[in-house]
Design a protein around this ligand. Structure first.
Ligand code: PEP
Length: 249
C-alpha cells in the first residue's frame, strides 16, 4: 500500500469567475475515474461557497487565511470562516504572499496553526529564489524556511508541504528531476528529524510550472506526493492530464 496518497491542488490565484466554476465538473469526473488521488481547487475567497456547491467531490480550498480567529482585521478572512464556507484546504506561505505582503516564516506558522485549528488541510509553501539557488545555498534556505514555518501540533494527514521554487512559478521553467529529488529528499529528512515517523507520512508536493507534459516525470521523483498547480489548474483541459499523471505515478 502507498505510504502517502497523491494530492494535486490547483491554485487559481486572483483568477476565476462564477462562469469558470463549470471547469469543476470535468475535473471531478476525471478525479473519480482516475482514482487513488486527492484533488483540490483553491479559487479566490469570493468563489469558495459557490465552488463548494459545484465541486462534485473535489476539495475546495483557500489561498490564505488570517492567523487570528476573529477581530479588527479589515479585509481579512479567518480559517473558521473558510471552514464555514465549506473549504477543506488552506494554502499558507505562498511565495507571492511572502513577497507581496511581506509574510515571514513566523506569520506563516501562525496562519498554519490557525488553519489546522479550524480543521483545514494545511499546505505550507516553501521555496528559494533564483539568486538563492545561484548562490548555492538553496537547500539550507528552504529547510530553514520549513523549520520556521511548520507548526508543531497537527493531526495525521492534515499537514502538507509544498516545495515551490520561486523561479519556477509562472515562468515556464520547471525544476529538473535532479533539482526536485535533491530538495524533496532534504525536506523529507528535515521532517523526519523533527517529527519522527509521522514526518515520513507528511505529503510533499512540488509546484512550479507543472503542466501536462512534465507532470508524470515530476511525480515519479522519490518523495514527490503530488503537485500544487497554478496556471494549468484554470481549465479542466489542462488540469485533468495532471490529475491523471498523479494517479498513474
Ligand atoms: C503556484 O502558484 O503555486 C504555481 C505553482 O504556479 P504555476 O503552476 O503557474 O507555476
Amino acid at each position: 500500500m502507498q505510504l502517502r496518497r497523491k494530492l494535486v491542488v490547483g491554485n487559481w490565484k486572483m483568477n476565476g469567475s462564477l462562469a469558470q466554476l463549470a471547469e469543476l465538473g470535468p475535473i471531478a469526473d476525471a478525479a473519480r475515474e482516475a482514482g487513488g488521488v486527492d484533488v483540490g481547487i483553491c479559487p479566490p475567497f469570493t468563489l469558495i461557497a459557490a465552488a463548494v456547491t459545484r465541486s462534485g467531490g473535489v476539495a475546495i480550498g483557500a489561498q490564505d487565511c488570517h492567523q487570528a480567529a476573529s477581530g479588527a482585521h479589515t479585509g481579512c478572512v479567518s480559517a473558521a470562516m473558510l471552514k464555514e464556507a465549506g473549504a477543506k484546504i488552506a494554502i499558507v506561505g505562498h511565495s507571492e504572499r511572502r513577497a507581496d505582503q511581506g509574510e515571514t516564516d513566523a506569520l506563516v506558522r501562525a496562519k498554519a496553526e490557525a488553519a489546522l485549528a479550524a480543521g483545514l488541510i494545511t499546505i505550507v509553501c516553501v521555496g528559494e529564489s533564483e539568486s538563492q539557488r545561484e548562490a548555492g545555498g538553496h537547500v539550507r534556505v528552504v529547510t530553514d524556511m520549513l523549520a520556521g514555518s511548520m507548526p508543531d501540533d497537527w493531526e495525521e494527514g492534515e499537514l502538507v508541504v509544498a516545495y515551490e521554487p520561486v523561479w519556477a512559478i509562472g515562468t515556464g521553467k520547471v525544476a529538473t528531476p535532479a533539482d526536485v529529488i535533491e530538495m524533496h529528499a532534504a525536506l523529507r529528512a528535515a521532517l523526519v528529524a523533527r517529527f519522527g515517523d509521522r514526518g515520513g507520512r507528511i505529503r510533499i508536493l512540488y509546484g512550479g510550472s507543472v503542466k501536462a507534459d512534465n507532470a508524470a516525470e515530476t511525480f515519479r521523483c522519490p518523495e514527490v506526493d503530488g503537485g500544487l498547480v497554478g496556471g494549468a489548474s484554470l481549465t479542466a483541459a489542462q488540469f485533468v492530464p495532471i490529475v491523471e499523471a498523479a494517479a498513474g505515478g
